[in-house]
Design a protein around this ligand. Structure first.
Ligand code: ADP
Ligand code: MG
Length: 252
């Protein structure tokens, strides 16, 4: 299987801090690839390098085999690299259905515009409903975004992002601050999404990672110390010592 998103030898320093050091990563189509590691390991930096928000000091990024290392965020996005939107970009006074319809409209036209609900094309309600249905979120359709609980808003952000039909999604700690019940729904939504997208997920919530991920990369101090299936990674001695906080047992 070919990797749709690849980082090769990615290094990034902030002054004296080495945020990522000669990092290799590959995400395949249809897989959920999780990046875990302690605070400050370089996880968010890696996502920003891949999405184009920051440039690496050295190394290359390939999207679908094409070198995008120097390409700005919006051009990568046009090639199908999506990142969950910030909470602030969900339109608070609009309903969930309207938010999704607007995202579809933005994909069909070019770029985002500020719209009033009256401006949204009613013909987009049907495809918007389909997006929500596929994600088992139809029951939220008529709720205003402003009234949603934190976890529900995360689900909406995901629906809005998926409506823009990315090939790839980069998610930075989607489970942070999400209550257990909504976390379960988020697991289900991501599980459904994997059939259509490659997903790179940075996460602290180990339970979610081990349930969802096809492969896991473990970062410590900007370096990759292990990549493999959840089972392989869980059994890896270096991972247990460095990340899971277990004492080192003998030498490798
Ligand atoms: P993680 O997401 O794994 O917690 P980050 O990628 O946010 O780690 O940070 C990695 C290291 O790089 C940390 O030491 C952090 O302080 C530093 N860092 C990240 N972004 C910046 C920045 N914009 N300016 C200076 N230092 C940064
Ligand atoms: Mg982070």
């Amino acid at each position: 299987m070919t990797a749709l998103l690849q980082g090769r030898g990615l290094s990034k320093r902030f002054g004296a801090v080495v945020a990522t050091a000669d990092l290799d990563i590959e995400v395949r189509s249809g897989e959920i690839h999780a990046v875990i590691g302690p605070n400050g390991a370089g996880k968010s930096t890696l996502l920003s390098l891949l999405s184009g928000e920051i440039r690496p000091d050295s190394g290359r990024i390939l999207l679908d085999g094409r070198d995008v290392t120097r390409m700005p965020v919006h051009r990568r996005a046009r090639l199908g690299l999506g990142r969950t939107f910030q909470v602030s970009s969900v339109l608070a006074s609009f309903t969930v259905l309207e938010n999704v319809a607007i995202a579809i409209q933005a994909r069909l036209r070019s770029g985002w515009r500020l719209l009033k609900p009256a401006d949204t094309d009613p013909e987009l309600n049907e495809p918007a409903r389909l997006v929500l249905e596929r994600l088992s979120l139809l029951e939220l359709a008529d709720r205003r975004a402003a009234e949603l609980a934190h976890g529900e808003r995360r689900l909406l952000e995901l629906a809005v992002t998926l409506a823009t039909k990315p090939k790839f999604l980069l998610l930075d700690e989607p489970f942070a601050g999400v209550a257990t019940g909504d976390g379960e729904r988020l697991v289900r939504v991501l599980d459904l999404a994997r059939r259509e997208f490659g997903l790179l997920l940075v996460e602290h919530d180990m339970q979610a990672v081990f349930r969802l991920a096809d492969r896991v990369t473990v970062l410590v101090q900007g370096r990759c110390i292990a990549t493999g299936t959840p089972t392989e990674v869980r059994a890896d001695r270096a991972v247990r010592a460095a990340y899971l906080g277990e004492p080192r047992g003998g030498t490798d």
